[in-house]
Design a protein around this ligand. Structure first.
Ligand SMILES: [Zn+2]
Length: 77
């Protein structure tokens, strides 16, 4: 779970970018914090970098494949 202390530095967004699931290894459409939809593992991605590959971390059988969901971004539009 992403943490923060000072809410004044964050704005809530209704952008659809936060609803999309991204496949492993694709260029991250936005920089920021991403969460694995299947297991909750979180990562941070800089502008212009690709999301981690399918072998980034292991899932127990039945959990499903890695899919990355944007959690927080400074440029989600
Ligand atoms: Zn995962």
């Amino acid at each position: 779970m992403a943490l923060y202390k000072h809410a004044v530095f964050l704005d809530k967004s209704g952008d659809a970018a936060f609803d999309q699931l991204q496949r492993p290894s694709v260029p991250a459409p936005w920089p920021g914090i991403y969460r694995c939809h299947a297991c909750g593992h979180e990562i941070a991605i800089a502008q212009g970098h690709a999301l981690p590959p399918q072998n980034h971390h292991q899932h127990e059988p039945g959990v499903g494949p890695i899919q990355w969901r944007l959690v927080a971004s400074h440029k989600a539009y």
